[in-house]
Design a protein around this ligand. Structure first.
Ligand SMILES: Cc1cc2nc3c(=O)[nH]c(=O)nc-3n(C[C@H](O)[C@H](O)[C@H](O)COP(=O)(O)OP(=O)(O)OC[C@H]3O[C@@H](n4cnc5c(N)ncnc54)[C@H](O)[C@@H]3O)c2cc1C
Length: 375
């Protein structure tokens, strides 16, 4: 049997890609290096699904489009995994409050309520009020992962190393027609300098407490709403690597920061998590065909001088695609970007220019970064 698609990496990117491709009748196999699932950043995520306030810019616009798409998908197709608690974002200072009030006029695309007075909500040290993102919520990662993987073959403990043999790819004896590389911070399988991924490590904890909030709350850290007596508190942002569990100092920091926001009583830490967010150089996801950097530069050396060439003339890797760069918002971006990827793979629809690999390649080609053979 030959699979239509082989997806390497069973994080949010790989799982949502498989979900959309399967729903269109494709045979999908997922190859995951870890023996457990989900792993990677996805296992660590607090999985808050919230929009972004701000003036229009590519990141905010894309994120809020993704937010709307994702909320609809979670609510309609994966409702048991999604707690639409609303997220209350608290202003940290007078300056923060003034800035956010001026930003409200740019936020007509999302449902936001200004909350002037937080007294009576058990919220502490917050005289400046905040904003309730009414449609926002939290996803239950393990549950959603198990639902997304239904109907496709998941091979755990497989390295994802592939060979091309007479038109198809082979991974540990399984044949696939097309490959999607969704490996988060590990980009060894794609040999392209312009596709740099920056890891930002993060930790979060799951707690129980006597009085968990009924809405999710975000200030220096985020506390999720009560879900069957438990809540997530996240997250740290670290440049250095930690494996598996959060450090003692980070657990203390998360609890202390949460208690500064909300009067939590009798907290017990149930579990700690650690993972690395995979960020692209412009903080936007990377989805779709992969420009073959060196071959394209050999054919169009004028790209180094900034000459514009229509990207349809670039040379692309054959039948290999990327889905990465989801950063700190993977559970918001992944459903939307996976839909775009499946529209492209199944129907040939173009992927938004701001998300495909051509933007990163073109910038890299112009800068002439570390490319001794051609520069
Ligand atoms: C502490 C923390 C809190 C977060 N909170 C939120 C949040 O509240 N909301 C939100 O939307 N996002 C959040 N995120 C971000 C979100 O988790 C990520 O954006 C998302 O999980 C990335 O998914 P991914 O599939 O790209 O990468 P990953 O989840 O890292 O998945 C990549 C997978 O590929 C596998 N892999 C790598 N190399 C190979 C190989 N060669 N062969 C086979 N398999 C391989 C890895 O083992 C891994 O399972 C958070 C992240 C962290 C770390």
């Amino acid at each position: 049997m030959t699979y239509d698609f082989g997806i390497i990496g069973a994080g949010a990117a790989g799982l949502f890609a498989s979900y959309y491709l399967k729903s269109r009748g494709a045979k999908v196999a997922i190859f995951e290096r870890s023996k457990s699932f989900p792993s990677g950043a996805s296992s660590a995520a607090g999985a808050f699904i919230s929009p972004m306030m701000g003036k229009p810019n590519p990141i905010k616009n894309t994120l809020n489009r993704a937010f709307k798409h994702s909320i609809d998908l979670y609510k309609e197709n994966l409702p048991s995994t999604f707690l639409q608690s609303g997220i209350l974002k608290i202003d940290k200072s007078e300056e923060d409050m003034d800035k956010n009030i001026t930003l409200l006029k740019y936020c007509e695309d999302i449902k936001i309520k200004r909350v002037e007075n937080l007294a009576g909500m058990n919220i502490k040290n917050s005289p400046y009020g905040g904003y309730l993102f009414c449609e926002a919520g939290v996803v239950e990662v393990e549950k959603v992962a198990n639902m997304l993987v239904e109907g496709c073959d998941l091979f755990l403990g497989t390295s994802g190393t592939f060979e091309k043999k007479s038109g198809t790819f082979e991974i540990e004896g399984k044949k696939v027609d097309k490959l999607i590389i969704a490996t988060g911070i590990d980009t060894d399988l794609i040999d392209e300098e312009y596709l740099k991924i920056r890891p930002i490590w993060g930790e979060r904890i799951e707690i129980s407490a006597d009085n968990l909030p009924e809405i999710s709350i975000s200030k220096d850290v985020s506390i999720s709403a009560n879900r069957a007596g438990k809540a997530a508190i996240g997250a740290t942002h670290l440049r250095w690597k930690r494996e598996g569990v959060a450090s003692k100092e980070s657990v203390e920091y998360l609890i202390k920061s949460a208690q500064e926001i909300y009067d939590l009583k009798n907290i017990e830490v149930v579990k700690t998590f650690c993972g690395a967010r995979a960020g692209s150089s412009d903080y936007l996801p990377i989805v779709g065909k992969i420009v073959d950097g060196f071959k394209t530069l050999d054919r169009f050396p004028m790209l180094k001088n900034g000459t514009k060439i229509d990207s349809s003339r670039f040379i692309y890797k054959e039948n290999i695609y990327i889905f990465n760069g989801l950063g700190a918002r993977g559970f918001v971006y992944a459903p939307y970007c996976a839909k775009l990827l499946s529209d492209f793979l199944v129907e040939g629809k173009d992927i938004e220019k701001g998300l495909d690999t051509t933007r990163l390649f073109s910038r890299w080609a112009k800068r002439g970064e570390k490319n001794p053979s051609t520069f």
